[in-house]
Write a protein that binds this ligand. Sequence first.
Ligand SMILES: Nc1ncnc2c1ncn2[C@@H]1O[C@H](COP(=O)(O)OP(=O)(O)O)[C@@H](O)[C@H]1O
Ligand SMILES: [Mg+2]
Length: 274
Amino acid sequence: MAELLLVDDLLWVWTNPIGVGIYDFDFRNFFPCRQPWQRPQELTAVGRCGALEDYSTEYDNLRDEGVRLIHTPQQHEIASELAQWYPLIEGRTPRSKVYQDAPSGQAVAETFQFPVFVKGSRQTSRHQKSLSIANSPEEFEQLMARYASDPILNWQSVVVREFVPLRHVEKNAQGKIDSSFEFRTFWWKRQFVGAGRYWWEGRAYQWSDVEKSEALTLAESVACLIDVPFLVIDLSMTADGEWIVIECNDGQESGYAGVSPISLWQNILEIERS
Ligand SMILES: Nc1ncnc2c1ncn2[C@@H]1O[C@H](COP(=O)(O)OP(=O)(O)O)[C@@H](O)[C@H]1O
Ligand SMILES: [Mg+2]
């Protein structure tokens, strides 16, 4: 059951554990929390209740109860749909094209060189390599046939992206995409509030101070361009040593990956306090 918590007398959180360790965080264990018997008629809350299947409907339902989620449906789309965020940050992320219907291999070859990276406009199917990388037009068409029957992919628009060789960290088991030198960053009202390894389960890797500062400079410019209250930006270093944005997401929906949720929420509370 989702519940409304007032954290540290400052921040309303609409929270619901979803049973996923990397997503859930029990605020009560780390911060003073209250559920005031009387609450304001209208309040703004940050959601931490999993990926909402229909954000817009959920938003309206909550608003009817006097709870305004921190992102309007439009801001949610800007943060999480590649078709929305890509045009705002073109040049800082691999060149991409969104197709409403699966294109032919030939059509893709007119715009991209192979290999290409392929995903849904929101996400891949659990990081499966064979559903994400196509080496030829023929392979691309085979992949599209599998998209049609994949439960995660079949409802999303198809996104084709330039394949950018990334700084390698390690190969992964079970046909998953290789881990690269990637970091997840969280931004609250355009301010940096947390970063950590994107591939948090496998081999440890760390950025140097210089690498971190270069990555955050890029991410900060992206946070200003996208300009929604609670943004996640995933960044990777390419094999050539340059930082690029891999994707953006709604901070309400994103797993913490290697980011410490305690320091993340402390930083957010700090901003709210000032
Ligand atoms: N254009 C690309 N070129 C090369 N590798 C990519 C590209 N886009 C993504 N990747 C790799 O694939 C992984 C998964 O892609 P991502 O867009 O993050 O999918 P998801 O939304 O499912 O997390 C990334 O973490 C990165 O390692
Ligand atoms: Mg990702």
